[in-house]
Ligand binder design. Structure first.
Ligand code: BES
Ligand code: MN
Ligand code: ZN
Length: 506
């Protein structure tokens, strides 16, 4: 299976290449090319559809092998349903399903024909986006022979080129350029999450971001001396058990034009625990390997910054990630230790496995002090408790402003990266008061995702700054696979936040 096919938009008149995919509307409504091929094959396409009970429903597929009278070896009928009611996400899912059908086909190229009504340029771009999201594979560590056949042992190489035959190819190309930028961001986020922790430590993570080199994207890496100078005692306490140094990376995209040029930025902050053993309060062995994904929040913020810069978004945004490794050792933080955060607030560390909030406490503080953002959103694989509450279909959303919460919910529905709002309340906040310090880092048996969010809220300087916290423990990795994601590291949130920025800050 080929990763990332080369996608080209061509006019409907272009000769069909390799295997052919025809989009077909509700009740087997063919477009012009579909009707022609059906006639040429003596009606065998319609017969095959009828035989398979195919009605043209969105994401249904029928394969017709060696249709009589046609030169092409196979024709896949791909249902799109009632085209006029399709949202961008529907087209993406259709694109993903189509790629699932043809990814292992022989042949260098394939033709995807979008000649059904409402097959607009934007629909073509979204189909292509869905294809690319589905095509992602993490095959870096598969040995050579396996990689050649796609790494899945199927023997199929799959089409390296996908021709999308459509009404207005240049308009589709233009619409796709934006979407391809976002796909780049999702791919980066997935790559970072999938990478094992022996390869991707805090220093290596930071180096990857520094190497991004997109014009206009400024990447700054804060090293140990700088973090100590800033007095990030909470973040450093998490990293101190590891032989690997901690890092904070600041990514600035100042793309706002005209009057918005001097507007304060929106800040996105990500938890980047490259591996979470739990520290001295160590996690049990079973499933601990998943904790290589405990930097999913940071991966999302990184992918978002890449997407915004690649599509030259008309906005000022800063992405910040706190990168640490949580290890048990002779230098590790102990339960009962009291650390002083950058804010000056002291924290009694009662459980060294509640480390993400310590990292975010300092990066959130730093982001506000330095950038005075108009809004701040953090993402973190913060608690197992959020999965108990919401499973893997929604990320937990905690927010101090109804407007921002609604905007995130709307973006979630549009992108399929759903969020579900959870409460914040002074009564929950009380649960993290400490006898010995300003607060403790755990809140007891109940409402674990909420007390974690309350902890973070203590590091929001002004109650008037719109702030949202997304607990992505259930969605950043090993979430349910679907038409547009088959990867363990899902890249969750890049599309959500890109949508948020597009709709409300550009
Ligand atoms: N990284 C974990 C949360 C997590 C667990 C994410 C499983 C994804 C999958 C976090 O650092 C953690 O360990 N949280 C503890 C907090 C507890 C000690 C208060 C938890 O959820 O158990
Ligand atoms: Mn932990
Ligand atoms: Zn963690």
């Amino acid at each position: 299976m080929t990763q990332r096919p080369d996608i080209r938009f061509v006019p409907l008149s272009t000769p069909l290449a390799g295997s052919v995919v025809l989009t077909v509307g509700q009740d087997v409504e063919f477009g012009g090319i579909g009707r022609r091929l059906d006639t040429q094959s003596g009606g065998s396409l319609r017969r095959a559809a009828a035989e398979a009970g195919f009605k043209g429903k969105a994401r249904a597929c029928v394969e017709v092998l060696a249709p009589q009278g046609l030169e092409v070896g196979r024709v896949t009928l791909a249902g799109v349903g009632k085209a006029e009611s399709l949202e961008p996400l529907d087209w993406m899912r259709i694109g993903g399903s189509i790629w699932g059908q043809i990814a292992n086909r022989p042949g260098e190229s394939a033709s995807l024909v979008l000649d059904t009504p409402q097959g607009t340029a934007s629909a073509a771009a979204r189909l292509a986006e869905g294809v690319l999201l589905r095509a992602y594979q993490f095959t870096k560590y598969k040995s050579r022979r396996k990689q050649e056949d796609g790494g899945d042992g199927s023997g199929g190489k799959g089409p390296g080129t996908l021709l999308v035959h459509c009404e207005d190819p240049s308009a589709a190309e233009a619409a796709f350029a934006e979407r391809a930028a976002v796909v780049d961001g999702v791919y980066l986020a997935r790559d970072l999450v999938n990478e094992p922790a022996n390869v991707l430590g805090p220093v290596e993570f930071a180096a990857r971001l520094a190497a991004l080199e997109v014009p206009g994207l400024e990447v700054e890496v804060l090293d140990m001396a700088q973090l100590q100078g800033l007095k990030m005692g909470a973040l450093l306490a998490v990293g101190q058990g590891s032989v690997r140094e901690s890092r904070v990376v600041v990514m600035q995209w100042n793309g706002a034009k005209g009057r918005a040029k001097s507007k304060p930025p929106v800040c996105f902050v990500g938890k980047g625990v490259v591996f979470d053993t739990g520290g001295i309060s160590m996690k049990p062995a079973a499933g601990m390997e998943d904790m290589k994904g405990d930097m999913g929040g940071a991966a999302c913020v990184s992918g978002l910054m890449l997407a915004l810069a690649r599509r030259k978004a008309n906005v000022n945004v800063v992405g910040l990630v706190g990168l640490v490794e949580n290890m048990p050792s002779g230098s590790a933080t102990r339960p009962g230790d009291i650390v002083t955060s950058m804010s000056g607030q002291t924290i009694e560390v009662l459980n060294t496995d509640a480390e993400g909030r310590l990292v975010l406490a300092d990066v959130l503080w730093y982001a506000q002090e330095r950038f005075k953002p108009r809004a701040i959103v953090d993402l973190a694989t913060l608690t197992g408790a959020i999965m108990v509450a919401l499973g893997k279909e929604h990320a937990g959303l905690f927010c101090n402003t109804d407007k921002l919460a609604r905007d995130l919910e709307d973006a979630g529905i549009a992108t399929g990266e759903r969020v579900w709002r959870m409460p914040l309340l002074p009564a929950y906040d009380k649960l993290i008061d400490s006898k010995n310090a300003d607060m403790k880092n755990i809140g007891g048996r109940f409402g674990g995702a909420i007390t974690a969010a309350q902890f973070l809220q203590r590091f929001i300087r002004e109650a008037t700054t719109p702030w949202a916290h997304l607990d992505v423990a259930g969605t950043a990795f090993d979430s349910s696979r679907d038409e547009i994601n088959q990867s363990w590291g899902s890249g969750w949130g890049v599309r959500l936040l890109d949508q948020l920025v597009t709709s409300h800050y550009e």
